[in-house]
Design a protein around this ligand. Sequence first.
Ligand SMILES: [Zn+2]
Length: 59
Amino acid sequence: MKKEDPPICNRCRCQVTVKHILNECTLYSTARTSLHLDTDLFSCLKNNDVAPILILTSM
Ligand SMILES: [Zn+2]
């Protein structure tokens, strides 16, 4: 297993986490709105529609 540094958000210059993407990052705010995601992290995690956002982070 190759150990890699955690991804850094180019927009915010902070570590990219699921919480950051779902609740904090302005870069994904439009995507969140379009998917009608709840602002509550746990509600987001229960929502399968969050998958497209997670895919975006790997691009
Ligand atoms: Zn960010």
